[in-house]
Design a binder for this molecule. Sequence first.
Ligand SMILES: [Cu+2]
Length: 496
Amino acid sequence: MKPITRRKLFLLGTSTTILALGTHQVIKKLQSSNNNFSNKSYALNSQNIISSQNGLLETTLEASYQEVPLGNQNAYLLTYNGQVPGPRLEAKPGDKVRIHFVNNLSQSTNLHYHGLHLPPTGKGDNVFLEVKPKEKFTYEFDIPTKQTGGINWYHPHLHGLVAEQLSGGLAGLFIIRDQLDEIPEIKAAKEEFLVLQDFFLDENGNLLPSNQMPLMMGREGNVITVNGEVNPSFSMPENGLLRLRIVNASTSRFYNLSLEDHPFYLIANDGTTLEQPIELSEILLTPGERIEVLIKGDKNPQSYQLVSLPYNRGSMGMMGRGRMGGGMMGRGRDNIENNGPIPLATINYENSVSPLNLPTELMPISPLPKPQTTRQFSLNHGMSPGVGMAFLINGEAYQPNTVQTQVKLNTVEEWEVINTGVMDHPFHVHTNKFQVISRNGVPNAYPTWKDTILVRRGETVRIRIPFEDFTGKTVYHCHILDHEDLGMMGSLLINS
Ligand SMILES: [Cu+2]
């Protein structure tokens, strides 16, 4: 990892200026379409956490359009309970969950519980549900006893509106606590959560409409926030350990994470713990993915910058630059330059503690048995009848009333996910996690469970997936959510 000078970072920090587009009519239109704007104020718990009590997590979650503080300005965003990110939910394996969801948006929406092993039907993790404006729906499910501790998150998942609603701010953490939190070194570490989001805003804090963005590439915002703040500070206990628990809740932006002068010790991937910590100088976190890292406070006690390093996720050539879907698109192009480090957060050394070592053993991972079936999923884009330019899996764009893949409960399958396109695609499967077997034929360096895996252009990734506990229709899709909305999703029917 190359050292990053403070001066360079400062310059980069000031280059993230907001493009003034002067498109008043478009903004007015957006405001009038969000006519449910409310000035309701919410009683904010200072820590913004809702935890289960006596085995029950019960809460109201209201989606609404609100004015909220965002970084150094106010912005008009889509919120859960008036907050961006939404409240952090916390439960334990075996807990009951009852979420009284209220839709006060001007569009239909719903909730997906990314990373939780839940029924994909009924009042569970049902992405086929539509909660219309002004309607309420009570989600009710049990966290399985086999759900392991880790970072999960909730966000809207109504096909066609996912990217728009997520990029408006709708996302929140759903943390499961268990034995992972009891490993002595991890228990002693200082815990911080980082929700990474980006927003495409005008100079007054209004969301810019999607017809200004290169949707084929996947929209990226001009304001990057961590927990709703721009470059917030976190304290690091000198000699101690800092446990950063990070989710990429952006619609399309990849974060190539690096901390000045410090390696990361990766302890968990998505919602699942690794067997041992793995030392890494950079970690690429694609949309939907989560990581947990430990950082050793063993350097000079000063401030260090957490940054996102440049990463090229491919391009659509001319198409990504505004030839598709309207001439305005090119003007709203990503104006956070991707050719240098982007500051995300500052880590400040603080009070010294007695020295803490890294844990050596975390959680065992049993390899899955040999698969009964092997399938291929090829990711690309192209023309689709009746849709136009679309993102495709095995040559097909998502169609709501057909089932693309059928599997049998209590079987294990191996899926070969092949990217034959020109852009990277993070592939996410709902309901059941998978183990990563190989990338381009090279076995994965360490055993790991995941629910979202990056398949770079030209790559083939093999994953092994057990279908357990729940039958019914669920989905798999690209987690660049504009690609998902533009067809890169398939439905998966799990039969008994
Ligand atoms: Cu994609």
